[in-house]
Design a protein around this ligand. Structure first.
Ligand SMILES: Nc1nc2c(ncn2[C@@H]2O[C@H](COP(=O)(O)OP(=O)(O)OP(=O)(O)O)[C@@H](O)[C@H]2O)c(=O)[nH]1
Ligand SMILES: [Mg+2]
Ligand SMILES: [Zn+2]
Length: 339
């Protein structure tokens, strides 16, 4: 059965049982384009539209779905199975207050960052929060190891490990293949892995390397600043054998967090641990006397940059919650006017 190659398991079958009705059949969404999806079914991949009234606001790559229809009538996704995980970001367009599901039903996500660029830890921290909140397990992959010398590589791995709070960190080269064997433990039969990170970090190149075939387009980075050219334009699922799949994603220009759950606490547990020790319970950790955070920074046991990174994400969350509350109030007011 074709779906076996796309991660079908007894657990998936059980989750789908609840949404499959007579005249529908199971599938997994392998690609989402504007208006239509590529859905892998028992026998072959087919195009299907998504019913507008789907619960949870539509379908994402990786979703297990119930499909109705055939070649003649056209096909419609009528239901999605409950997700075990979902990478969700805030829709980047400012006029839009919706969340966007980047991929669903993942076991792990590889967060790629290039070793040949300056390390911006805040970018990695933001991605780690994004993935922790998805319910998938983050793995940091430092790419293009062939472009830096061993001592620089090891120093960066150590720095990232220190900020990654238990998240595994690997350095590898998708061109020479060195280090890539470490990833096989995450691509075991039946597992789904998404690759995320900025444009040009080598996501598609790594998928091709693991697959052993140049299936996906990859693109040279810009000559001047070395930035990626946004070669990949849609999220796409690639079976790599044994029922494991990789989901390649386009490089993100912005990673606005949707309403966060445990993610911030998972990445910044060391920061939050200090809060209980401030002199004042409502300490703003700014200039109050007896602030445990400021004392830790002064003594060099807490990195100021790391605290600022934490504060930035936290403020973003507060603004988001406030905005959602304002929208809810506005909706309520217009409701009450109507009746
Ligand atoms: N030297 C070296 N180059 C690499 C490596 N991995 C990728 N590249 C190169 O980096 C460029 C960008 O790679 P892509 O795989 O297209 O990057 P991407 O992350 O998929 O980028 P987007 O699709 O734009 O998000 C290509 O020219 C690759 O050949 C690596 O391990 N070493
Ligand atoms: Mg790509
Ligand atoms: Zn304080």
């Amino acid at each position: 059965m074709m779906l076996d190659e796309y991660g079908w398991t007894a657990d998936v079958a059980a989750r789908l049982r609840g949404v499959l009705e007579p005249n529908t059949y199971p599938g997994r969404v392998a690609r989402v384009d504007r208006g239509s999806c590529l859905v892998v079914t028992d026998r072959r991949p087919v195009d299907a539209a998504a019913a507008t009234a789907l619960e949870g606001g539509g379908v994402a790559v990786g979703d297990w779905v119930a499909v109705r229809g055939d070649d003649r009538s056209g096909r419609l996704i009528v239901a999605t199975a409950e997700r075990t995980s979902a990478i969700v970001r805030r829709d980047p367009s400012p006029s839009n207050n919706r969340d966007q599901v980047l991929a669903a039903n993942l076991d792990h996500a590889f967060i790629l960052y290039r070793l040949d660029r300056k390390l911006r830890m805040a970018v990695l921290e933001r991605y780690m929060v994004l993935i922790w909140d998805s319910g998938a397990q983050p793995v940091v992959v430092l790419s293009k190891a062939d472009l830096v010398d061993a001592s620089a590589r090891e120093a960066t791995v150590r720095d990232v490990e220190r900020a990654a709070a238990g998240v595994p960190v690997f350095a590898l080269s998708a061109v020479t293949g060195s280090g890539t064997e470490e990833l096989t433990r995450f691509t075991q039969p039946g597992s789904s892995v998404a690759l995320v990170g900025e444009s040009g970090v080598g996501k598609s190149t790594l998928v091709n390397h693991i697959l052993g075939v140049d299936l996906l387009d990859t693109g040279p980075t810009r000559a001047g600043d070395g930035k990626g050219r946004h070669t990949t334009t849609s999220r796409e699922m690639v079976p790599i054998g044994g029922g494991a799949v990789l989901i390649d994603t386009p490089g993100l220009r912005s990673v606005g967090l949707a309403e966060a759950g445990e993610g911030i606490g998972n990445v910044f547990g060391d920061v939050e641990e200090y809060f209980g020790y401030c002199k004042f319970r409502d300490c703003s950790h700014d200039s109050e006397p007896g602030c445990a955070i400021q004392i830790a920074i002064e003594h060099g046991v807490l990195d100021r940059r790391r605290f600022e990174s934490y504060q930035k994400l936290q403020r973003e969350q507060e603004r988001l919650v406030a905005r959602k509350a304002a929208i809810a109030r506005r909706a309520e007011r217009s409701q009450s006017r109507r009746y």
